[in-house]
Design a protein around this ligand. Structure first.
Ligand SMILES: [Zn+2]
Length: 375
């Protein structure tokens, strides 16, 4: 019986499910409902050519898009304990996991790959939202810790690309423990003097927003991405007020200083490449001329001058030149900080995590809001 329910049934379901999603020639935009030729959509990196909606991407498509020449290697992630709490809601958690595994063909919601971006060694940890809403349990925490270690070992930049409803409620407290755990992992990258960059994609919410996803040296967001802690509906019900238009969208967060750049997906490899190059190689010339400090300063400003023209193409941000300037300014402001300990950047983020979330109490709410929607 066990063999039938545990092995045969999921396999059978997977077979049937695959037939449900044929390699159709046309895709439908979930926002403007336009029909788009699949090949066109692929060429446009799954951005709707009619309304500009950025569709969710599986990690492998992201890797191919971001790494030089689409060349990368994924790493094997350590096995995590499966269902330590023997959790069961309407279904057993083990069954949910198996279902997600056969649907996506991966063991959990995160994949870690390494390669180069604009010639610089980079490790990317990308989430798969189609795997239980990209929720963060022990396995995902494990993935982020491994990615951070790999980045430190390789002296590589670390890029996290979350797409997540938050902590995985089926793992209870253990999933919440991944918040400090991933925060420490990211801190190790920073302490090694390596850049840590976050690319916020739609959606990034709950415990993921409240931990590693808001701690980047540079915070990039894809256009239109929903980024927040508790869901808008929950906030509205709690404070009994109507929220402003565009609340929790990438552009809104840019206007309010929560992210540095809002980027069109097609410009993401270029933007990431420039930032990584700037942060990884900014201090390289300094040890060569330790004699006069003023000279070293000059050379560092020259260094940033080199990159300023490139920053023009930060026009990535949607509202035109204003934001482009703001974006590049912020990067320039932060640049010297990266080498040192960047105290201001961190307290700024810490304020957001605490203040923006309205305190620890709402963690449960975020879980309530993020997770069951997926189920
Ligand atoms: Zn559209």
């Amino acid at each position: 019986m066990n063999w039938l329910t545990n092995f045969v049934r999921p396999r059978f379901r997977a077979l049937v499910a695959k037939q449900d999603v044929p390699d159709s020639l046309w895709d439908k935009c979930p926002i403007c409902e336009a029909m788009i030729f699949h090949r066109d959509l692929e060429e446009a990196h799954f951005v709707c050519q009619h309304c500009g909606h950025h569709m969710r991407l599986p990690p492998k498509t992201r890797f191919q898009h971001l790494f030089d020449g689409g060349q990368y290697e994924t790493i094997e992630l350590p096995k995590a304990v499966v269902d330590p709490l023997k959790f069961r809601d309407s279904k057993r958690y083990v069954d949910r996991l198996k279902e997600a595994q056969s649907k996506t063909g991966r063991s959990d919601a995160i994949i870690v790959a390494h390669g180069t971006i604009k010639g610089n060694k980079t490790v990317i940890a990308a989430f798969d939202f189609s795997f239980m809403g990209g929720s963060m349990g022990v396995a995902v925490g494990e993935g982020l810790v491994s990615a951070a270690k790999l980045a430190v070992d390789q002296r590589a930049a670390f890029v996290a690309i979350p797409a997540s409803g938050g902590a995985r409620m089926q793992e209870g407290m253990l999933s919440l423990m991944q918040m400090p755990r991933t925060t420490i992992a990211v801190q190790q990258v920073k302490e090694a003097g390596l850049p840590y960059i976050v690319v916020l994609t739609d959606p990034t919410t709950g415990g993921v927003t409240a931990s590693f996803a808001m701690l980047g040296d540079v915070q990039i967001a894809e256009r239109g991405a929903q980024i927040g802690f508790a869901g808008a509906r929950v906030i509205e019900e709690t404070i009994r007020e109507t929220l402003p238009e565009g609340f929790q969208r990438a552009e809104y967060l840019l206007e309010h200083g929560m992210v540095d750049i809002v980027c069109h997906r097609k410009e993401l490899p270029g933007t990431l490449g420039r930032i990584i190059d700037l942060l990884l190689n900014a201090h390289a010339p300094k040890p060569a001329e330790p004699a006069a400090e003023s000279k070293a300063e000059n050379s560092s400003t020259n260094g940033s001058a080199d990159t300023t023209p490139a920053d023009d193409s930060m026009t990535a941000s949607p509202n035109g030149t204003d934001n482009a300037d703001a974006g590049s300014e912020k990067i320039n402001n932060r640049k010297p900080v990266t080498g040192a300990k960047r105290p201001d950047a961190e307290t700024g983020k810490a304020k957001f995590v605490g203040g923006g979330s309205g305190g620890g109490k709402s963690i449960g709410k975020a879980l309530d809001d993020g997770q069951p929607k997926k189920a």
